[in-house]
Design a protein around this ligand. Structure first.
Ligand code: GTP
Ligand code: MG
Length: 495
């Protein structure tokens, strides 16, 4: 359940959630404040959010007290033209991270387009077709640093046609930066992006209510958006979708208000700037270091049981064999008791080698090769797993499927299914429900349309080693591929 947090003094219905000290079961509990908070209630609202603690709000861009280099992956999402590329350009510009030659090139391109000022979206929209059409098509990743952390921001396209690209950009993000044009409000594509981000396990949202300059920085307009967001949060909650922590910030990407510098034109707003919110969001590393379930990153891949999908078998010195792959979840340790799936042979890890040489252990996302203590017949697609946390080995999957095929998906159709390093033929055996994005309702349907999201059942020709997506992103997801041309038609998350 989302906890929507903003610091408007007269916010009529903030949805808040206290995350500190919660067990995983009560992360689903939140409440809507029926009564408006008192006029000077900034601290009463801020006390429930990590991003917006009074300490957080007093830290500035140049505060070096968090001098570490944690990586925060951000997906900028939202409907077409709401200002994602411009906002990222503004963030880069106002933190002084645009090289002079890029700035000059963008200035000249802006002039060629008849503009007096710099069009900041040109910094992020790199493709010629994007510049010609004034829209983002492909996901552009921007790498930069802010005090205390490195950011990778995926600038996702808002256009419905490119929803698949948006999904790719969000698939490994720690946080979704949802941009909403205040003059147009929350649109169907905004909701769709939030649903997809939530399905992909993102549990931190910054909603940048953009183009505040177009409404003269009016507080009432901002309060209307907050109210609509609270409604959306409640409706998502009814379908079991969890946004986690939500912070809402009034910004103008065009003029820079509340992006890096606090705006005097929103004196009614007491929350963080976009930069401050990004500085204090959870990175993958901070999520790992929080103990006893205080974090809502339930599918964090390091705390999960160890999974090593085998990519290739390597002969060493012509005699012994090693099994290479990337640790998909959990921590791999020398001496660890493991089971090879699907054969179910028990053995132990004899040694681990990474790019750094022989190591005692390796965390998720590390590419390794391992030697086992016993001779075991292993081939590509097999999975070495921790003996104390077994996944399912199954030919029947129940999953949420995001569908991008131009032809609707329907029961009985055959595809290729790729899960980790394994590829198998698969049949869509049933479509249980499809999500009506306008009303956030799951409705029975015979077909899953282009850009649709639904709950489905899939039968596979060979057994797959899978976890639920909630337990492990890497081993709980799959893609559906068109057999005839290898095009990706959909992405599934195992329920
Ligand atoms: N008035 C005003 N206009 C803005 C602001 N931010 C962006 N715009 C304008 O909105 C238009 C769309 O901006 P983009 O940054 O390309 O929007 P986008 O969300 O990246 O669009 P797609 O990537 O195609 O989905 C451009 O004309 C921008 O100049 C703002 O804060 N105020
Ligand atoms: Mg864009």
């Amino acid at each position: 359940m989302p906890g929507i947090d903003s610091h408007i003094e007269t916010d009529p219905r903030p949805l808040v959630k206290d995350r500190a000290g919660h067990s995983s079961s009560d992360t689903a509990i939140s409440r809507i404040h029926a009564d408006p908070p008192p006029a000077a209630s900034v601290s009463s609202v801020s006390s429930v959010s990590s991003v917006a603690t009074p300490t957080a709000r007093t830290r500035s861009f140049h505060d070096e007290s968090h001098d570490c280099n944690e990586l925060l992956r951000v997906a900028a999402v939202g409907a077409v033209d709401d200002g994602k590329s411009t906002l990222i350009g503004r963030l880069l510009h106002d933190t002084g991270q645009i090289p002079d030659d890029h700035l000059q090139a963008a200035l000249m391109a802006s002039k060629r387009r008849g503009m007096d000022t710099l069009d900041l979206s040109l910094i992020t929209d790199g493709l010629q077709a994007e510049r010609d059409q004034g829209i983002t098509i492909d996901v552009a990743h921007r790498y930069f640093t802010i005090p205390g952390r490195k950011l990778i921001v995926a600038d996702c396209p808002g256009h419905l046609q490119y929803t698949r690209n948006m999904a790719t950009g969000s698939s490994n993000a720690d946080l979704a930066l949802v941009v909403v044009d205040i003059t147009r409000g929350i649109r169907q594509q905004t909701t769709r992006h939030m649903v997809i981000a939530s399905l992909f396990g993102i549990r931190q949202y910054i909603i940048a209510v953009n183009k505040m300059d177009s409404v003269s920085f009016d507080q009432t307009c901002f309060a209307d958006i907050l109210s609509a967001l609270a409604d959306l949060g409640s409706r998502l909650d009814l379908t079991g979708m969890d946004l986690g922590e939500v912070t809402v910030i009034p910004v103008s990407a065009l003029s820079g208000d509340n992006v890096v510098h606090r705006s005097e034109r929103t004196s009614w707003y007491g929350g963080p700037t976009l930069l401050a919110a990004l500085q204090h969001a959870h990175t993958h590393a901070t999520a790992v270091s929080l103990s006893n379930g205080a974090t809502s990153h339930t599918n964090d891949s390091t705390k999960a049981a160890m999974r090593l999908p085998v990519q290739s078998v390597i002969r060493v010195n012509g005699t012994s064999r090693r099994y290479a792959g990337m640790v998909a979840a959990g921590e791999l340790e020398a001496g660890q008791e493991v089971i090879v799936l699907p054969s179910r042979v028990h053995t132990r890890i004899e040694g681990i080698w990474s790019a750094a040489g022989q190591v005692a252990s390796a965390v998720s996302s590390t590419s390794v090769s391992v030697a086992l203590t016993d001779e075991v017949g292993i081939s590509r697609g097999d999975v070495i797993v921790a003996a104390n946390g077994l996944p399912q080995v199954t030919t029947h999957l129940e999953a949420v499927l995001c569908w991008w095929g131009m032809e609707p998906a329907s029961a009985g159709q055959h595809y290729l299914l790729k899960a980790g390093t394994k590829i198998t033929r698969a049949k869509l055996s049933s479509i249980r429900t499809v999500l009506d994005v306008d009303n956030i309702q799951e409705v029975p349907a015979a077909k899953l349309p282009h850009n649709g999201i639904g709950k489905v059942e899939v039968e596979t020709a060979s057994a797959l080693t899978v976890d639920s997506y909630a337990a492990s992103r890497a081993t709980g997801s799959f893609i559906i591929v068109d057999e005839s041309n290898n095009a990706t038609l959909g992405a599934g998350m195992v329920i």
